[in-house]
Design a binder for this molecule. Structure first.
Ligand code: PBG
Length: 322
């Protein structure tokens, strides 16, 4: 009468019946880098298979996503010219704003999310306004609110503040509500750690800090309880979705997010996590598809409801073929 674990591992059908977690195409959000210009499709050298594209390339990209069943994109914009005012980030005709309008007009069923941070627009590459050698919290909020409002005017469904300024969610929520955008949601980068796994992204978005680092505003990797504090604050400030970023080195934080809060939890499977699998697979050391699926599943198992991943298309293909 003893328990035998292998009874439920006997066959593919029994294993399928007893799966606790499942990854579906509905869970996936695809990040897209849009760049001013025409005919641009540049592969990001540190992120094989990912591109910076201009607006005229969006059609093919979106058709592919729709075909695969992917329902959400997260837009990042590159700047033509950087300045302290981050004017392109606030410009209703900026590249992200135009991308939002194009997608909402031609692919209305796609949920358009936008990253709200100024590091790709400031000459110094920091996520806010510089005061001396420091990033000034409250002065930076104005830029973030301006950027979020401009995305909302263009038709964004959800804005995703990622600058890690205190009160950024409250400021944006208030700013949006004042302009009657009470139905535009906020996916807060709540537990965003000071991580080395963002390296390839900074190549992609041309957003590396020109001096110092982001340790004075992003979270300390050693801290777990602090993440609970951050996530709770963001919910109280009006976040509809909380995010943990990066995902793989922070599965404990995803698990905390799921068990402690009742809003959807997003995991950001960041650039470095993507590129590591790509590189190891290129060397012939691991099976790319299997490692990708196993890692994405680990995020679901930890508690993620949504996963932002550069692997979204590859994973969707895999799921659709199963
Ligand atoms: C903007 C931002 C970053 C990422 C998402 N939004 C970079 C950073 O904080 O330096 C990283 C995403 C990735 O690595 O895939 N602040």
């Amino acid at each position: 009468m003893s328990f035998r674990a292998r009874r439920l591992r006997k066959s593919p059908s029994i294993r399928a019946l007893s799966k606790e977690s499942i990854l579906t195409v509905n869970d996936l959000i695809y990040p897209l880098f849009v760049k001013p210009g025409k005919g641009v499709k540049e592969e990001i050298s540190s992120m094989p298979g990912q591109y910076r594209i201009s607006l005229d390339m969006l059609k093919t990209e979106m058709e592919e996503l729709v075909e695969l069943g992917i329902k959400a994109v997260l837009l990042f914009g590159l700047a033509k010219e950087k300045n302290e005012q981050c004017s392109e980030a606030m410009d209703d005709n900026g590249v992200v704003q135009q991308a939002i309008k194009y997608i909402k007009k031609n692919f209305p069923n796609i949920c358009v999310m936008t990253d709200v941070c100024v590091c790709a627009h400031t000459p110094h590459g920091h996520c806010g306004v510089i005061d001396g050698r420091e990033v000034h919290n409250d002065k930076s909020l104005e830029l973030l609110v301006g950027m979020a409002a401009s995305h909302a005017r263009a038709g964004a469904d959800i804005v995703a503040p990622s600058a890690m300024m205190d009160f950024q969610v409250a400021a944006i929520r208030e700013g949006l509500d004042q302009c009657d955008f009470e139905n535009v949601g906020i996916m807060a980068y709540s537990a965003k750690y000071y991580s080395s796994f963002y390296g390839p992204f900074r190549d992609a978005a041309d957003s590396s800090p020109q001096f110092g680092d982001r340790a004075s505003y992003q979270m300390e990797p050693a801290n777990r309880r602090e993440a609970t504090k951050e996530m709770g604050l963001d919910i109280s400030e009006g976040a509809d979705i909380i995010m943990v970023k990066p995902a793989l080195a922070y599965l404990d934080i995803i698990s905390d997010a799921k068990s402690k809060f009742d809003v959807p939890v997003a995991a950001y499977n960041v650039s470095g996590e993507y590129s590591m699998i790509k590189a190891a697979a290129k060397m012939g050391w691991v099976d790319e598809t299997k490692c990708m699926m196993e890692k994405l599943l680990s995020m679901k198992r930890a508690g993620a409801d949504l996963i932002i991943t550069y692997f979204a298309k590859d994973a969707a293909k895999q799921i659709n073929n199963e």
